[in-house]
Design a protein around this ligand. Structure first.
Ligand code: DC
Length: 198
């Protein structure tokens, strides 16, 4: 069965948690596409060469989840040649046999416009910054400033800017528990799976 769940949204909205839960619930494979951009940013040197030569070990680094790695990822992600180098791998993953969940910024709009389910997971910048601060600590005002800076760059870039696909189901997690957000996402997938002939 080919079945793609595309999950987009801004930083720290809960995409990762929801994606992992949906993948586990339905037995689908999961790709955190942000990790690809984080790995490119963390490699240093020429980002286009880094994207073209990415290997699994680059994704296994233990410094990919830091604020700095997020900012570096967001900066290399504006480069069209970097995005182009990562596109085919993501498309192949999306259409692999057995079902796939991909989370990122442009999954429903560019990578997989034919995804069976499209979710846009969002929350207010303040709430996202607070969640990120609980993970990474530091100065709360600086964490909020970084979230806003990353939003502006990810939404404002010319190539594949972050936006909700027209037919995406929007899940605002600002006032939702993790369980409630996962339940909404799971229900959207179950509905679509139920629609499938045979
Ligand atoms: O989801 P994340 O925080 O790990 O993503 C890090 C950065 O990578 C994000 O700020 C922008 C970029 N990114 C992207 O441009 N397209 C994607 N599909 C995923 C991430």
């Amino acid at each position: 069965m080919i079945f793609t769940v595309a999950i987009d949204g801004p930083a720290a909205a809960g995409k990762g948690t929801i994606s992992r839960a949906v993948a586990e619930r339905f037995g689908f494979a999961h790709l955190d596409t942000g990790a690809l951009y984080r790995a490119v940013g963390a490699k240093g040197g020429d980002p286009v060469a880094a994207a073209r030569n990415l290997v699994p070990a680059d994704l296994a680094r233990d410094d990919l989840r830091t604020l700095e790695a997020g900012q570096a990822a967001s900066r290399v992600a504006v480069i069209p040649e970097v995005r182009a180098a990562l596109l085919e791998f993501q498309r192949r993953f999306a259409r692999r046999e057995g079902g796939a969940v991909l989370d990122g910024r442009d999954i429903a709009t560019v990578i997989c416009p034919d995804a069976e389910v499209k979710l846009y997971v969002t929350a207010s910048a303040e709430i996202r910054a607070h969640r990120r601060w609980l993970e990474v600590g530091g100065d709360p005002a600086q964490v909020l400033a970084e979230v806003r800076e990353r939003d502006a760059r990810d939404m404002g870039r010319a190539d594949a800017p972050l936006r909700a696909a027209e037919d995406a189901v929007v899940i605002d997690t600002s006032d939702l528990s993790v369980d409630a957000a996962v339940a909404l996402a799971t229900a959207a997938v179950a509905r679509r799976l139920g629609d499938r002939p045979g």
